[in-house]
Write a protein that binds this ligand. Structure first.
Ligand SMILES: Cc1cc2nc3c(=O)[nH]c(=O)nc-3n(C[C@H](O)[C@H](O)[C@H](O)COP(=O)(O)OP(=O)(O)OC[C@H]3O[C@@H](n4cnc5c(N)ncnc54)[C@H](O)[C@@H]3O)c2cc1C
Length: 481
């Protein structure tokens, strides 16, 4: 466990001083790790708020705070450890059961529940699968055959696409539409062609096979900026100097091997710099270094052209009354793929009405539609799942389009995800897009920050949390790897 108080160093050991550029989750995780190890850390963030893509903001006219719902799984051990260190684990609501809702002609939507039972892993969810009406026997058999591929582990290579795998394993079309697609598109935010089987397999191994605990769904029950505030407080307790509105415009190595960082009119110096910035900003800040010819014999330039940014669109709806008894659900056979009843997740009193968020992952078509068009279509689809919503009054609504929400784990991308250690001594990179063996997620971001912190101290694994152990029969199977 990482310390939550700064560690005192032996008097003859000078403290490392580090500047972290970017206060997204990766930057915060790196800063907390290094400061808890006794380093002197400054974080510079260009925006007025922390959290990067995991942010919330007060809507200018709706008198509501908006965010795009983020979820985690029990296997996100580094993210969860950071939240625990900040003392705010209680603000995540945990769910063992997933409800899949399927529209039916002239009747209430059909519910299929996937939930663990008394059976040991990997069979813990099998009984609910057998009972799920959204799939017939052939679909269930093909899913069972498919999941068997990930019993021991998921593929080490990211060469194969999910599209090829689905064909190779002869998945039925309903198994694809009602199981593989909602899980993969929701978790990896892209189409089967653009998702490598390594990362899809990882999701299935962790969510459905490894242990009931690894597959639990955790939902932050507060707007994201508020949710991450305790992490900021933790960083401040560890004496991290955290500055917002401080965009970094240039970095350079000084003659004595230190690093100078330009923000506004100021030049700051440190022995190490971690660029915990997004892809484009990292490229912009690093390009002049390659041009200056430092470390010419080493790889100094990252090739970002292999990364594809994928969009997520969310629709936010406020009603005058309760409209569902579900906290969240997977919606089948429509553009909207996930429903979050945020008023229920956040524990609103029923008289306050309902707040729903609808999520469309991999939302390229919606990027080109107007907000009115997206809203109208979403409301039409929502009625298929919640027929009694027709009696409720829609009080207000908002549509959020995040064009660069995540990067896609396209087949072969691993070869282009750089490690956190760069060719320049004292310069490190962090961010969900760096090599973490995780897709574009908050867990990937925390891991990248901790790996960058480990690269600074010279012990790569130093700050990483242990993985969750496999349970049941999976303990034996994972030993056979
Ligand atoms: C709509 C949406 C839904 C998502 N859903 C989920 C989910 O359900 N579960 C999940 O795990 N993940 C989800 N994600 C992904 C998750 O948000 C990201 O993986 C994670 O936040 C990435 O963190 P990061 O620190 O690597 O990068 P970023 O969040 O991009 O942080 C980079 C930071 O660097 C700052 N910066 C950039 N340039 C400079 C500069 N020059 N100077 C100073 N600062 C700079 C930026 O302002 C930013 O704060 C979702 C993302 C979106 C957008």
């Amino acid at each position: 466990m990482l310390s939550t108080t700064p560690q005192r160093r032996a008097s003859d050991a000078p403290s490392t001083d580090v500047i972290v550029v970017g206060a997204g989750i990766a930057g915060l995780a790196a800063a907390v790790a290094l400061a808890s190890d006794g380093a002197i850390v400054k974080v510079l963030e260009r925006r007025p708020f922390i959290g990067g893509r995991a942010y919330s903001y007060p809507h200018p006219t709706l008198a509501e705070t908006l965010d795009s719902q983020h979820v985690v799984l029990g296997c996100c051990t580094n993210f969860l450890q950071l939240i625990e260190q900040a003392g705010t684990s209680w603000s995540i609501r945990w769910y063992n059961k997933l409800c899949f809702l399927e529209p039916t002609a002239n009747a209430d939507p059909r519910r299929s529940w996937i939930a663990p039972t008394f059976l040991p892993a990997p069979a813990h969810q099998s009984l609910s699968f057998l009972r799920a009406p959204m799939l017939d026997w052939q679909d269930k058999l093909s899913i069972a055959r498919g999941l068997a591929h990930f019993l021991r582990d998921y593929p080490a290579s990211d060469a194969e696409s999910m599209a090829t795998w689905l064909k190779r394993t002869h998945q039925t079309s309903r198994a694809i539409r009602h199981f593989w697609e909602p899980v993969v598109v929701g978790a990896l935010n892209d189409s089967f062609d653009n998702c490598s089987m390594k990362y899809a397999g990882k999701i299935f191994h962790e969510s459905f096979l490894r242990s009931p605990q690894a597959g639990r769904l955790g939902i932050p029950a507060k707007p994201l900026t508020e949710f991450f505030e305790p992490v900021v407080k933790l960083a401040r307790r560890l004496n991290v100097g955290l500055r917002t509105n401080s965009g970094v415009t240039a970095i350079a190595q000084t003659a004595n091997g230190r690093w100078s960082v330009r923000t506004g009119e100021e030049e700051l110096e440190a022995s190490s710099v971690i660029l915990a910035t997004d892809l484009r900003q990292t490229e912009r800040l690093m390009q002049p270094l390659a041009a200056s010819g430092t470390s010419l014999d080493k790889q100094t330039h990252f090739d970002f052209s292999h990364f594809t940014a994928a969009p997520i669109t969310t629709i936010h709806l406020w009603y005058d009354r309760e409209v569902t008894d579900l906290d969240h659900a997977v919606l089948l056979d429509t553009r909207i793929q996930w429903l979050f009843a945020k008023s229920r997740i956040r524990g609103w009193k029923p008289e306050r009405g309902s707040y729903l968020e609808l999520v469309i992952s991999s939302s390229w078509p919606e990027i080109h539609l107007s907000r009115q068009q997206i809203l109208a279509e979403a409301l039409r689809e929502l009625e298929l799942f919640l027929p009694r919503i027709r009696q409720a009054k829609l009080l207000k609504s908002a549509v959020l389009k995040e064009a660069r929400a995540t990067f896609s784990v396209t087949p072969g991308l691993d070869a282009h995800r750089p490690p956190q250690l760069t060719a320049y001594p004292g310069l490190y990179v962090a961010g969900d897009w760096t090599a973490t063996d995780w897709p574009s997620t908050m867990e990937g971001a925390v891991r990248s920050g901790r790996l960058a912190a480990g690269a600074v101290t010279g012990d790569r694994q130093q700050f990483l949390a242990p993985e969750l152990p496999a349970t049941g029969l999976m303990r034996l199977l994972s030993r056979l790897r």
